[in-house]
Design a protein around this ligand. Sequence first.
Ligand SMILES: O=C1O[C@H](COP(=O)(O)O)[C@@H](O)[C@H](O)[C@H]1O
Length: 250
Amino acid sequence: MSKRKSTLKVISVDSEIDLVQGLGELVKRLAKEAFTRQEQFHVGLSGGSMVKLLTKALIEADVDTNRWLFYFCDERHVPENSEDNTFHAYRKHWKTELPRIRDEQFVKADTSLDLESCASNYEVKIRTEVPIAGSLPQFDLLLLGMGPDGHTCSLFPEQPESLQQIHRLVIPIRNSPKPPPERITFTLPLINNARHVAFVVTGAEKAKVVEDVFVEVDKLFPAAWVDPKNGDLTLIVDENSGRYVRSLSS
Ligand SMILES: O=C1O[C@H](COP(=O)(O)O)[C@@H](O)[C@H](O)[C@H]1O
């Protein structure tokens, strides 16, 4: 029996140009599908390498983002104008590269609140904005990255208790092994209620963990817990990170 309930689709590409194209096609298709059900397309963003890749993908796909709403699967608890803040990173790029995306399309965390309030306040915003399915908010798409240690969002292998959270949808993270130390993050119940979760993972230093997570489904790695219960799971890898998962690609 498969170790995962969802079916994994692997898109393995040979260049960044192809990766950007594949990501652009995916988001465009999922947005179109969402608009057959509802007025808005609800997308959860990750930080790190995703910022530049998604920016390029949206430009390349030349997609109308007018009715998209952007959320943050995790956020660093730092001032909004800090270089470490994920909203700041997107805003900085999109202001010049995707100027049609408006500030009010971001549903962002209020990092001026204390850490605990920042997490609980963001959960309330998500419960208010995102359509509900099975009593939980259901994102149309979550775009996730994965670190070389197998962390995703701000769920880290050193903090396995964060994977056991069943009541809260957004939790505070203290002493994050990766700086900055204070963050908030989506939890597994929210992540696994999404209609579609897509990981985008690049770089040779992640090849082994990609195998551990997506072939072995080794639960030592938080990313291996991502398994949308009624949704689809896609992995987009480049020639370096995807070295050991070629056999899974369609
Ligand atoms: O700290 C974080 O790291 C992960 C992975 O980042 P990457 O640069 O290795 O792709 C990212 O997905 C997450 O949002 C971020 O807070």
